[in-house]
Every structure is written in C-alpha cells, then in structure tokens.
Design a binder for this molecule. Sequence first.
Ligand code: AMP
Length: 170
Amino acid sequence: MKKLEDLIITYKDFPKKGIDFKDVLEILQNPEIFQDLILKMSSNKFLKNAEAIISIDARGFIFGSAVALESSKPMIVARKPGKLPGKILTREYDLEYGKNSLSIQSNALKKFDSFVIVDDLLATGGTVNCVSRLLQDQGKEVLGLITVVELKKLEGRLKLDFPVQSMISF
Ligand code: AMP
C-alpha cells in the first residue's frame, strides 16, 4: 500500500535551477491517504483553540478547506495580488524563488481574533511569516502552522514565533 511519502514527487530544477520542487498534488488522487492526512491535520491541539483557519494561495486552499470542514472551523484566505475584491490588507515577502505579496480581506479578518495557518509546504518560512505579520499587525493571535511538507534544512520554522506541525519532512 502506498504511503504519504510515496505521493510527494520531487521535480529537480523546477521552477528554476537549484530548486527541488515537492509536488503534493498526487495526494489528491489517493482519497484514503488524503482523508487520513486531513484527519491528522485536523486533530491538532492548537487548532482546537483557534477561532479560524487562514489558508494560503493556492495549494494551501486545498488542504485548508478540507481541514476547515473536518474541524468545523471557519476559514479565510490569503491571496496573491489582484485576486480579492473590497478593502484589503497587503504585505510583500521573499519566496525560496522570487518575491510576492499576499492580501487578506479586511472584513473577513475583523470577524476572528485567533488563527491557525494552513499551507502545503514550509520552505524558507517567508510566506507564512508574511501572513502571520499581516495578522499580528492587526492585533490578531497566530496559534500555529499546520503544513503537509516541511523542508527541514531551510529552517523556516526558526522565522516563526508559534508552533509548527508538519505531516512529513525532508
Ligand atoms: P517559503 O516562503 O520559502 O516557505 O515557501 C513556501 C511556499 O512556496 C509554499 O506555499 C509552497 O507552495 C511554495 N514552495 C516553496 N518551495 C517549494 C518547493 N521546494 N517545492 C514546492 N513548493 C514550494
């Protein structure tokens, strides 16, 4: 029987030279393993204490939505530029490859005080750090990060001032 680690495929030099891209999408083609993963991600202690989940564009939405359903928590999203209507809050960050910015809808954010962040992968930690700073600048509490994959040698968790639960690390 296949295991979670068998479903995370490494693509060398994608999207540019020197990056070992970890593709998590094959998990979705294996419903039993996907379900087991979501159950584990949803049984987390710091998630129980959070009012809401915030998931990160774009693969974070896949796992965040499933965790939101399983844990019966509301979810808001952090999106890449130009995607969200209405009043937004935006912050720039560095990626393992390149620069980007993320935005959150102000009205969605106002409804909740404490969050758990859900994403597919923690690399340098720049993305998650951007989202947590955006939240903390608005007086919100970040209780933790739940991620499918963690790239340990990039030490992303050292950038974060809250606990990290990764389901698999490389
Ligand atoms: P970072 O800000 O460096 O922690 O990068 C995390 C974000 O970039 C995640 O949302 C991933 O989707 C994506 N990412 C960064 N590095 C990789 C990688 N080696 N393989 C797959 N996705 C990556």
